[in-house]
Design a protein around this ligand. Structure first.
Ligand code: BEZ
Length: 276
């Protein structure tokens, strides 16, 4: 059995480099990939418990995963969902080195590499036609806006014959409890207020939260995350109250989600600035 370090060094050598995204990677893919498959991993809980540099005086809060067994020892306010939904990207062998360099910034931000089985969503339907060239393929993703009303099947961006039928081992970045930017359990109202007032080079922290919720809901009919949805509801309520909307009206505003288009990062430099 390879050590963790050996696995980090050799992972993906058989054209099987799969990267799992559960945060911004869902809507902001790595610079090169030839398949994007919605699905889930198990044994973790997603939480907005990772401090992100944002502006020094107001570091934002971004998602990390907590090992479920460890999470069960903590005093958390939110329940857990059985699965952590996200998107897995297959990176062509010729691009692995480049993508790994691009991903390194995550480690600087307190995230560590872990490996875990990824389960493609059941009932997947391919909606893409084979790409004319590897670089044309990602554009398919950005030009396509899956409709929120279509939930019976899951959209994937992959050649139908290439969608993995069983689980695949994937690499995932996790802000472990030992890292200095890991915050631990947060009061949900305080967390929502903090997200609302935080801004980073990439924009408002709340946009990260709102985009995460929206992208999750587009993955599958089962892919919502109660922690994320609850935070969105709190943020929308606080925003509505700030805008002078009161009582029932604030509740209605909080549940009316405005769609935001998928965002493509302009450059590696920008990516490094915005990475979360
Ligand atoms: C992601 O899965 O989207 C992600 C995880 C850790 C750092 C940055 C992004």
């Amino acid at each position: 059995m390879a050590s963790h370090e050996q696995e980090i060094a050799t992972f993906g050598q058989n054209d099987d480099f799969w990267l799992f995204g559960y945060g911004s990677l869902i809507w902001k893919p790595p610079p090169h990939f030839d398949q994007r498959v919605p699905g889930y991993i198990e044994g973790y809980v997603r939480r907005f418990w990772q401090d992100h540099r944002g502006t020094p005086e107001a570091p934002g809060r971004v998602a990390t995963l907590i090992d479920k067994a460890h999470w069960e020892t903590l005093n958390d306010h939110h329940g857990s969902t059985e699965r952590v939904w996200g998107a897995a990207y297959h990176i062509p062998t010729s691009r692995v080195r480049e993508v790994r360099e691009y991903l390194d910034i995550r480690e600087i931000n307190g995230y560590s590499i872990q490996f875990t089985p990824f389960h493609p969503a059941p009932f997947t339907t391919s909606i893409s036609s084979p790409p004319a060239s590897p670089t044309a393929f990602p554009e398919t993703l950005f030009n396509h806006r899956p409709s929120l009303s279509i939930k019976a099947t899951t959209t994937v961006f992959a050649h139908p014959e290439m969608i993995p039928t069983g689980s695949v081992r994937c690499l995932v970045y996790i802000g472990l409890p030992e890292n200095p930017q890991f915050l631990g359990p947060q009061d949900p109202d305080e967390l929502a207020r903090h997200i609302l007032k935080s801004h980073g080079p990439s924009g408002d922290n709340k946009e990260y939260l709102y985009l995460l919720e929206k992208s999750l809901l587009e993955l599958s009919r089962d892919s919502g995350d109660k922690h994320v949805t609850d935070l969105v509801r709190r943020c929308r309520e606080f925003e509505a109250l700030e805008n002078g909307v009161i009582g029932e009206e604030a509740d209605i505003e909080a549940t009316e989600h405005v769609g935001v288009p998928l965002h493509k990062t302009g450059s590696t430099e920008e990516q490094e600035e915005v990475e979360r």
